[in-house]
Design a protein around this ligand. Structure first.
Ligand code: FMN
Length: 230
């Protein structure tokens, strides 16, 4: 019997998942986030590093309430599928990270925000994406948990009223990175066909043959295996 039994395997994966993330690795991830582009060089982000078990359990309770309410919005086989998905890793991962945005900050002197104030939040999401890519390079998986009541999240983390909790992230080492999103594998949703998403000169002027022609090089592009067979 070479194979570990189920309990042993669960133990192994739990050990891998909960392996601590060293400070130097976390520092790199946060530095990567901090080097994201931002509107007017506003850098509206801040990072709440959550390691405390009590705080994480309070967030987990918040998730469970929000998740039960969300689950009730589905029925039949979609409900069954929803219930079978793992939608958070709040207490299983060694670090949770809340990325916040202060949209009222005057840093950057309002450049770029007169007509589009929402770019403060978009900049913060760029920071999340940078962190995500750096985490991938470090072998760390990131889960974004949005099934939370923001007012409760705010209260638990003591985030002031003028600061927005943009992303609540769970970070942990993972044993594998899947070749496609789990929601695709599990049949929750499909990836759209890229040519259907391209318009020329004006919105509403989709031209699929023209878009396919534009994208035809992807078929033999060794850099982009993921779009090759579509
Ligand atoms: C804005 C946003 C919110 C998300 N909220 C959730 C969530 O509440 N629960 C969940 O399981 N995944 C959520 N996801 C998806 C996952 O965190 C993540 O994208 C997915 O696990 C794939 O990660 P990977 O590409 O690093 O493998 C969210 C993703 C984004 C971009």
């Amino acid at each position: 019997m070479n194979r570990f039994n189920d309990q042993e395997r669960r133990g192994l994966y739990h050990a891998i998942e909960s392996r601590p993330i060293e400070d130097d690795v976390l520092a790199r991830l946060i530095a990567a986030a901090h080097h994201a582009p931002s509107v007017g060089f506003m850098q509206p982000w801040e990072f709440v590093i959550v390691r405390d078990g009590g705080v994480r359990r309070a967030i987990y309770d918040n998730f469970n309430i929000a998740n039960r309410a969300a689950a009730d919005g589905y029925d039949g086989s979609r409900r069954e599928l929803y219930d079978s998905l793992k939608l958070e890793a709040i207490v299983d991962t060694p670090i949770n990270l809340c990325v916040t945005c202060n949209p009222a900050s005057t840093r950057g002197f309002g450049l770029g925000r007169q007509t589009m104030p929402e770019t403060a939040v978009y900049s913060t999401v760029c920071a999340v994406q940078n962190l995500w890519l750096a985490a991938r390079a470090e072998g760390i998986g990131v889960g974004w948990v949005s099934i939370l009541e923001p007012s409760v999240l705010r209260a638990v983390l003591q985030i002031p009223e003028d600061v927005l909790p943009v992303a609540y992230l769970c970070l942990g080492y993972v044993t594998e990175f899947r070749p496609e999103p789990e929601l695709e594998t599990r049949g929750w949703e499909k990836r759209l066909s890229l040519p259907e998403l391209i318009h020329f000169d004006r919105y509403g002027t989709r031209d699929e043959p023209r878009a396919r022609e534009l994208l035809h090089s992807l078929k033999d592009d060794p850099m982009l295996e993921f779009e090759r067979d579509r």
